[in-house]
Design a protein around this ligand. Structure first.
Ligand code: ADP
Ligand code: MG
Length: 367
């Protein structure tokens, strides 16, 4: 009887199957293009109650199309959003050249799009003293002129009288030597699966979905309405995003997943319960700091990852209950002399094998 007891009480089934379930979960996730950096993140993901998205590059494609260039003398209030590449005047061409040159060292999606819109080869030697200000824009010296390219916050900071534009679109104001020169109107479209991403999260009973962005409130609100996200916050500097997440974290039971591309949001990625980065568009800092990396940049993969996290947690609990249940029953039967060594071997090796088979089931599952 003592030997039967000893065999049954061996904890193999628990010790092997629980880590194995998590490994299988991580494996299953990577098959879906989601890299999870540790089993604790998979568990945290399963308990996520709030999902916060960054806008540019995360929910939107981060590929801006320049749809208008306006010098200071253009009729105010008339900013037709043209599609494709309109024909620009010499002065407008010059604005674009200055903007592209000033931005030539930045990796922000806006900068890359400006350089692409300019189209010609940029002579980086013409640019010196580059200063990139997160959430504002860039200041650089181009051909000896001090060029500031950025949003209205940058213009206010530099005390430049800029012209307000009422059209919806991301606006890059341009000032040369402290004098306002005009603006470029850019537009960015949501990623194809952005609506699906939000819908799927809602079916997983995650109702607290938010967008945080450094872009203008009007643009962020419009995107929120399009996607069905009522909590859309714009005009946030990187530190504003940090303060927002801190406020959400004051409720300790509120587990937060932040999804970002790392441009101006690496600190938020680090401080949320689960930081999820876009692997393609995302900056190296983001991929380094994040707990989970989505390889193909699809926001819908957030719901997939949560489903995998929940499935893993369920299988871990199934294994714990199975192992404890069978072991206790057989221990009891062994104590009163009904269970022999055969039953003991089943309660040990048999249960361990069943638990392992249950664990590797995750890898076969479709999410
Ligand atoms: P989001 O939070 O939506 O990802 P960011 O924090 O990256 O956006 O940027 C916020 C805003 O700051 C942009 O919408 C843009 O107006 C301005 N900005 C930031 N970096 C640049 C830059 N390199 N050039 C021009 N504007 C910039
Ligand atoms: Mg961003």
């Amino acid at each position: 009887r003592a030997l039967t007891f000893l065999v049954i009480s061996c904890p193999c089934a628990l010790v092997i199957s629980i880590p194995l379930s998590f490994f299988a979960g991580i494996g299953g996730a990577s098959a879906e293009g989601v890299l999870v950096k540790g089993s604790n993140y998979l568990e945290a993901l399963a308990g996520t109650r709030t999902v916060v998205f960054d806008k540019t590059g995360t929910i939107t494609q981060g590929v801006f199309e320049v749809c208008g260039i306006h010098g200071t003398n253009c009729a105010s209030g008339s900013c037709p959003v043209e599609s494709g590449h309109p024909v620009y005047t010499k002065k407008e061409e010059q604005l674009l050249e200055y903007a592209a040159l000033a931005e030539c060292h930045s990796t922000h999606p806006i900068s890359i799009s400006l350089q692409k819109a300019y189209g010609k080869k940029l002579d980086v030697d013409r640019v010196t003293d580059v200063q990139e200000i997160g959430g504002h824009g860039v200041i650089a010296t181009v051909d000896g002129h001090r060029v500031a390219a950025g949003n209205d916050k940058l213009m206010k900071k530099e005390k430049i009288a800029y012209r307000n534009c009422s059209c919806t679109g991301t606006i890059v104001h341009l000032a040369v030597d402290g004098v306002y020169a005009g603006y470029l109107l850019l537009s960015d479209t949501p990623k194809e699966d952005a609506i699906t991403a939000v819908k799927e999260l809602k079916t997983l009973n995650i109702d607290n979905i938010q967008i945080l962005s450094g872009d203008k409130q009007a643009i962020v609100s419009k995107l929120g309405t399009e996607l069905g996200i009522s909590q859309a916050y714009g005009d946030l500097l990187p530190e504003g995003k940090v303060a927002h997440i801190e406020a959400l974290k004051t409720n300790p039971s509120n587990r937060i997943a932040f999804v970002g591309d790392g441009i101006n949001d690496a600190p938020v990625l680090a401080m949320s319960n689960v930081g999820i980065a876009m692997g393609g568009l995302g900056s190296d800092a983001a991929i380094e700091t994040a707990d989970i990396v989505i390889q193909n940049d699809q926001p819908a993969k957030v719901a997939t990852a949560i489903r995998i996290g929940r499935a893993t947690r369920r299988i871990v609990w199934e294994n714990i209950i199975l192992a404890f249940g069978v072991k206790f029953a057989v221990l009891l039967l062994g104590a009163i002399g009904i269970a022999t060594m055969w039953e003991a071997v089943f309660a040990d090796v048999g249960v361990a094998l069943i638990a392992i088979l249950n664990a590797i089931r995750i890898q076969k599952k479709k999410f």
